[in-house]
Design a protein around this ligand. Structure first.
Ligand code: M6R
Length: 613
C-alpha cells in the first residue's frame, strides 16, 4: 500500500527518491510522484505519472534539488490518475506546500467543506489534498512550518503517515505518523524518511521508527522528534538488520519465485533455536512467556488473508495435539463483532508485515475486552504489531517482496507448530519421546521442502492446462482444508482465475453442481486418516467429468488415469504435512500466472502491506 520516501541532503535527492520508490514498489501502487525544493527556496517542482516508477523517472528527468518527498499511490479516494497522484500541492499568495500521505483521512469531507468556504479550490478527488490546503492555511496565519503541520495533524482523524515540505521553510522536511508506518534514516549529513527500511538500506542502516503521534522536523544536520503531546523527545536509533542483497532479485525472474525457493532456508532460520535443541521452551515466545503460557486456557487467533490460513491450520494443531480450545477470527470481522471474551485467553496475532490495519485494530479490540496477553507471530522485528504485544515470535523469512505471500506463510506455520508443541508440553499432552520425534521432523523439514521444490518441471507442465480456465475448485480435508484455501487464494490473486476452496466433504452439499469438464479440481491428498473419504469425494468429481489435479503422498495409491493428473510427493511429514503440501500449490499458481502473462509480483488492485482498513 502507498509508499513514502523523503530525502534532505547536500546532494541531488532525485535519484535517491526514485531508487527508494523502486524498493517500495512491492507494496502495491498505481501511480507515483515526487516534489522537490532546492536550497534557494524557489518554487516547488513536481513530477507525477500513472503506472510504474520507471515512468516517473522519465517524467522527472532533469529535475535536481537537495530536498524532496516522493510517493507511490494505491488508490483509495479517486481513480488512479496523474491528477490524483501525490504529492499534492497548495500554492497561492507566495506560499507553496507539498504533501505525501499514506492512510485515510476519515474526516476529509468536513475539512474540505470548510476549506472551500475559505476559498481553497481542489484539484484532485483525494482525501490527501485537504492536508496540503490546511497546512497552507496555517502558514498563512503566520505559523512556522512545524507548528502549521502540528495544527494540521491535530485536525485529522484516521490513520496516516505524512511528509510535508514548503517554500516557507528552506531545508526543512516535516513528517508525522499515526496508525501507518514511517521511519527516519540517519545518514552522513543527510536524513531520509520512508515507509519501510527496504527503501533506505542502500543509504543507511541507522533507523528510527516513529511512534504513534510522533512528528519529526528534519534539517540537514538535525532531527527534532516531538511526541503526540508535542513534547521534545529522544528516539532510539537502531541498526537495521535488513541487508541490501535481501531485497535484490538475484538470479530469479520474479520475487515470488525467489521467495518460493527460499523457503527451506527461511524455515531453517526460523527454527534454528528449536532444531538445535533437544526440547522446546516457552521462552522461544518472549521473555515473559514462561510466566504467561502455563495459565493460558484458550487461544484466540486474529489475522487476515494468508496469515488467516496459517491461523486456521494452527487451530487443528492446537486442538488435536495440545488439547487447547482455539478460535480463529478474520481480523476485519472480529474488530467490529460483539463477542464474548473468556478469562485466561491468549490472543495471537499473525502477520507478515506487522502493519496490517485490521489485525492491529483487532488486537486493540481484544485488549479492550480485557484480553491483555498478546503473542505476535510476525516477520518484521520493529513492526507496530510486535510493539503492541507482550509476547513475540519473529519468523526469519527475510523481506517478502512479492504481493503473494509464500515464505511468510510456511515460516508462520513453523512458528505455530513450535507454539503447539510448547503448549502440548505445558498441558501434559506431549511426552519427551514425542517431543524428540517432532523436533526431528522439524529438523528434516527444509530437506523435505527441497524435494518438493524439485518437482517444479512437472508442476509447470500441469500449469499449461489452466491457461484457458476461468474457474477452479480446490479441495482438502481436515488440517489440509486451510491449505486448499491458501492454494485458491494464491491462484486467484496472481492469475486472476476465480478459485474457491471447499472442505471435500462439503462437495455434494452444493459445489458439485459446478463441476464439469471446464472446471479443474485441485486436491490435496495426504496419507492420513481421511484419505479413503477423500478418494470417494474425488470419484464424485470424476464421475461428473471434472478434471482432477491431485497432489498426493506417495503411498495413497491414487492412480493417474484419463482426466486424473497425479503428482506424488516424496516425503510424509505427519503433523507437518500442511507445510509441505502448500508448496506445489504455490508453484502451480506461479506457473499459471506466467502462462497467463500477469504481473506476478504486483497483481492488479492489490497491495503488499494493507495499512488501511
Ligand atoms: O502482512 P499480513 O500478513 O498481515 O498480510 C495479510 C494479508 O494482507 C496477506 O496475507 C494477503 O492476503 C496476501 N497478499 C496473500 O498472498
Amino acid at each position: 500500500m502507498c509508499g513514502i520516501v523523503g530525502v534532505i541532503s547536500k546532494n541531488n535527492c532525485v535519484p535517491i527518491l526514485i531508487d527508494g520508490l523502486k524498493k517500495l514498489e512491492y507494496r502495491g501502487y498505481d501511480s507515483a510522484g515526487l516534489a522537490i525544493q532546492n536550497d534557494q527556496g524557489s518554487d516547488l517542482q513536481r513530477a507525477r505519472s500513472v503506472g510504474r516508477v520507471v515512468e516517473l523517472e522519465q517524467a522527472a528527468a532533469g529535475l535536481e534539488a537537495q530536498m524532496g518527498i516522493a510517493h507511490t499511490r494505491w488508490a483509495t479516494h479517486g481513480v488512479p490518475s496523474e491528477r490524483n497522484a501525490h504529492p499534492h500541492i497548495s500554492d497561492s499568495d507566495g506560499i507553496s506546500v507539498s504533501v505525501v500521505h499514506n492512510g485515510i483521512i476519515e474526516n476529509h469531507e468536513d475539512i474540505r467543506r470548510q476549506l472551500m468556504v475559505d476559498g481553497y479550490a481542489f484539484q484532485s478527488d483525494t482525501d490527501t489534498e485537504v492536508i496540503a490546503h490546511l497546512t497552507h492555511k496555517n502558514l498563512r496565519k503566520g505559523l512556522p512550518l512545524l507548528k502549521a503541520v502540528q495544527a494540521t495533524v491535530a485536525a485529522l482523524e484516521g490513520a496516516f503517515a505524512i511528509a510535508v515540505i514548503s517554500n516557507r521553510a528552506k531545508r526543512t522536511l516535516i513528517a508525522s505518523k499515526k496508525g501507518a508506518p514511517l521511519l527516519v534514516g540517519h545518514g552522513q549529513g543527510e536524513f531520509f524518511i520512508a515507509s519501510d527500511a527496504s527503501a533506505l538500506v542502500a543509504y543507511t542502516k541507522k533507523i528510527t521508527y516513529l511512534q504513534e503521534g510522533d512528528l519529526v522536523q528534519l534539517n540537514a544536520d538535525q532531527a527534532l522528534f516531538l511526541n503526540a503531546q508535542g513534547a521534545e523527545v529522544q528516539r532510539e536509533i537502531i541498526e537495521s538488520q535488513l541487508s541490501a542483497d535481501a531485497v535484490e532479485l538475484g538470479p530469479y525472474d520474479h520475487y515470488m519465485q525467489k521467495e518460493i525457493f527460499e523457503q527451506p532456508g527461511a524455515i531453517a532460520a526460523t527454527l534454528e533455536m528449536v532444531s538445535n535443541a533437544s526440547a522446546v521452551k516457552p521462552e522461544l515466545f518472549g521473555a515473559g512467556a514462561a510466566e504467561v503460557l502455563p495459565h493460558v486456557q484458550q487461544v484466540l487467533i486474529l489475522a487476515c488473508g494468508t496469515s488467516y490460513h496459517a491461523a486456521s491450520v494452527a487451530r487443528y494443531w492446537l486442538e488435536s495435539i495440545a488439547a487447547l480450545p482455539t478460535t480463529v477470527e478474520i481480523a476485519s470481522e472480529y474488530r467490529y463483532r460483539k463477542s464474548v471474551s473468556l478469562p485466561n485467553t491468549l490472543v495471537i496475532t499473525i502477520s507478515q508485515s506487522g502493519e496490517t490495519a485490521d489485525t492491529l485494530a483487532a488486537l486493540e479490540h481484544a485488549k479492550s475486552l480485557g484480553m491483555h496477553n498478546a503473542l505476535s507471530i510476525c516477520n518484521v522485528p520493529e513492526s507496530a504489531l510486535i510493539r503492541a504485544s507482550n509476547l513475540k515470535f519473529l519468523t526469519r523469512a527475510g523481506p517478502e517482496i512479492g504481493v503473494a505471500s509464500t515464505k511468510a506463510f510456511t515460516t508462520q506455520l513453523a512458528a505455530l507448530f513450535t507454539f503447539t508443541m510448547v503448549m502440548a508440553k505445558l498441558r501434559g499432552q506431549m511426552n519427551a519421546v514425542e517431543e524428540k520425534t517432532l523436533i526431528a521432523q522439524l529438523r528434516h523439514l527444509p530437506s523435505a521442502m527441497q524435494n518438493i521444490l524439485a518437482l517444479e518441471p512437472q508442476i509447470k507442465a500441469m500449469a499449461q492446462r489452466f491457461a484457458d480456465k476461468r474457474h477452479a475448485l480446490f479441495l482438502g480435508r481436515g488440517v489440509h482444508f486451510p491449505i486448499a484455501q491458501e492454494g485458491a487464494l494464491k491462484l486467484k490473486e496472481i492469475s486472476y482465475i476465480h478459485a474457491e476452496a471447499y472442505a471435500a466433504g462439503e462437495l455434494k452439499h452444493g459445489p458439485l453442481a459446478l463441476v464439469d469438464a471446464d472446471m479443474p479440481v485441485v486436491s490435496i491428498a495426504p496419507k492420513d486418516s481421511l484419505i479413503e473419504k477423500l478418494k470417494s469425494n474425488l470419484q464424485e468429481v470424476r464421475a461428473r467429468g471434472g478434471e482432477l489435479y491431485i497432489f498426493a503422498d506417495r503411498d495413497t495409491r491414487i492412480e493417474e488415469t484419463d482426466g486424473v493428473h497425479v503428482l506424488n510427493l516424496v516425503d510424509h511429514a505427519g503433523h507437518l504435512s500442511p507445510i509441505l503440501h502448500v508448496l506445489p500449490l504455490q508453484l502451480l499458481s506461479y506457473h499459471v500466472a506466467l502462462v497467463k502473462g500477469t504481473d506476478v509480483d504486483k497483481p492488479r488492485n492489490l497491495a503488499k502491506s494493507v495499512t488501511v482498513e
